[in-house]
Design a protein around this ligand. Structure first.
Ligand code: ATP
Length: 251
């Protein structure tokens, strides 16, 4: 599934963001369709994270428009909780997992279910965790009573992605998802992204410095250069030369 021809799930139009005197995002525009993987690439300081944080709600843009399923997000509404309610979740590079807690606790972070409003419903948490892992075809996590720090980097990343999609999100932002992983774990995470996209129609915004990974996963690539989304490539238009030239020169 690559969402071609479909109505965009997300439209970002001419967003800007400054921090003091620094114009981190001068003109950011792109769209994202259902079941699409769109990569955002660019050199250091090009504005990738700022753009992603505007979409996740962590930064309110100074100007520009964001529409989700055709509905504009007002500046007053623009927040992480509103974007989550609209189906947008982020998996950060540092995963934002709690290392000494189990996979079920991490999956339910901030959403711990309680029986009679009192006792933590661990049975429900374990059941949901098993379901999520099954849905993701993650078969390597056996013991859910172990702290997550005892799992491999790839397994932890699977739990983090599982958490992002477990609550019905339509769009998952992956910020350098495999920067800290070895080749096998990277392959495991890439397979997971493709499976989730194919089986659930989830859309992904992938921020990665790994251009080989970007070329493997992305249906489209947006190049940011000095705070401007300067180029867009479709999967079949991309060559390494064109991509490197666009990243370094913005053309
Ligand atoms: N909270 C902030 N306060 C001040 N300046 C910021 C802030 N966030 C980003 N910037 C600046 O905005 C510019 C764009 O940063 P951003 O993190 O978006 O780039 P990036 O493309 O993600 O870079 P990298 O690949 O190095 O992570 C940089 O000059 C950065 O120093």
């Amino acid at each position: 599934m690559n969402g071609s021809g479909a109505e965009p799930l997300l439209t970002v139009e001419h967003v800007t963001k400054s921090f003091g005197g620094v114009q981190a995002m001068r003109d950011g525009s792109f769209d994202l369709k259902r079941g699409e993987v769109v990569a955002i690439v660019g050199g250091n300081g090009a504005g990738k994270s700022t753009l992603a944080k505007i979409v996740s709600g962590a930064h309110v843009p100074d100007s520009g428009r964001i529409c989700i399923k055709g509905v504009e997000v007002s500046r007053a509404d623009h927040s992480v909780s509103h974007m989550q309610a609209c189906g947008i979740e982020v998996v950060y590079q540092d995963l934002a997992l709690v290392p000494n807690m189990t996979a079920p606790y991490n999956l339910f972070l901030g959403r711990i279910p309680r029986k009679w409003g009192l006792f933590v419903d661990e049975k429900k948490m374990r059941k949901k965790t098993r379901e999520v892992l099954e849905q993701l075809n993650v078969t390597t996590v056996q013991d859910l009573s172990q702290p997550i720090s005892s799992m491999s980097g790839g397994q932890q990343q699977s739990i983090a992605i599982g958490r992002a999609i477990a609550w019905g999100s339509d769009i998952v932002i992956l910020d350098e998802p495999t920067a800290a992983l070895g080749p096998n774990e990277t392959a495991e995470v890439e397979r997971l992204v493709e499976d989730v996209r194919d089986q659930h129609g989830t859309s992904f915004i992938l921020i990665s410095h790994n251009l080989d990974q970007v070329r493997r996963l992305a249906d489209r690539i947006i190049v940011t250069h000095h705070g401007v989304t300067s180029r867009e490539f479709k999967r079949d238009e991309i060559t390494s030369d064109r991509l490197v030239k666009a990243i370094t020169l913005g053309e």
